[in-house]
Design a protein around this ligand. Structure first.
Ligand SMILES: [Zn+2]
Length: 241
């Protein structure tokens, strides 16, 4: 409908009708609102069914998401376990390689003839023999039997007495001490850290010695009188002499 072509009288009527229509529409509006409410009440059971279906669907989706999350978690745990296993294997391999590279205990001299053994009696010693003798020519390299710290080094047995001549005592991590005596030349000083097999001296014939040899002790303290059987000790650490 076009208002522009309407005559004024018709327009008035139209306005009146429009006003009446407005009232009618207000009434109709109230009525339709009521009807809509009723319709909504009637539609409720269907809505409930639809809602419960939606809920079920949602629960299903949630379960799927939870399952996926669980699977992802399990997978992550699996990967982590595999990584840990690989890292452990690698660490073990490194440890084995390190152990191969640097044995914890070694012989104090490479080539020798065993002479007086531990606890052996004889005119040479005031008491029983406190170490193991390795007969070697003067000037043979003497090596630290294991890693440690030099705690005695010098003439007069490094403080243990003149019978030992020039001597060295090394403290080790396991609470044991190794002693090297009758040396011709000392190549370390007190406080120095040494590694297993490191050359620390040259063998000799100093002190109360019947001939060129290395006198070797394993002690439970730095001092004379605490010696244990060095051959048995080395054997228990995988070294046969
Ligand atoms: Zn000896």
């Amino acid at each position: 409908m076009s208002k522009r072509v309407m005559k004024p009288s018709i327009r008035t009527t139209a306005v009146a009708l429009a006003a009446a229509g407005l009232g009618a529409s207000l009434v109709a509006g109230a009525g339709s609102a009521f009807a809509a409410e009723g319709k909504a009440a009637v539609a409720n059971p269907q809505t409930a069914v639809a809602a419960s279906a939606a809920l079920a669907k949602q629960a299903n989706v949630q379960a799927q998401v939870a399952a996926q999350a669980q699977a992802a978690q399990a997978k992550a745990a699996q990967i982590k376990a595999a990584q840990l296993k690989a890292a452990t294997a690698k660490a073990q391999a490194v440890k084995v390689a390190a152990a191969k590279k640097a044995p914890s205990w070694v012989k104090p001299v490479s080539a020798y003839t065993l002479t007086a053994s531990y606890n052996q009696g004889g005119a040479m010693w005031a008491h029983k023999h406190s170490g193991q003798d390795f007969a070697v020519p003067v000037g043979t390299p003497v090596k630290a039997a294991s890693a440690g710290t030099v705690v005695k080094a010098g003439p007069n047995g490094g403080g243990d007495g003149p019978a030992y001549g020039n001597a060295i005592v090394v403290k080790h991590a396991n609470g044991r001490y190794s002693q090297y005596a009758h040396l011709s030349k000392i190549k370390v000083h007190i406080g120095q850290k040494v590694s297993a097999g490191q050359q620390i001296a040259l063998s000799g014939n100093t002190g109360n010695s019947s001939g060129p040899h290395l006198h070797f002790e394993i002690r439970t303290t730095p001092n004379y009188g605490s010696a244990v059987n060095p051959a048995a000790f080395l054997r228990s650490h995988g070294v046969s002499i």
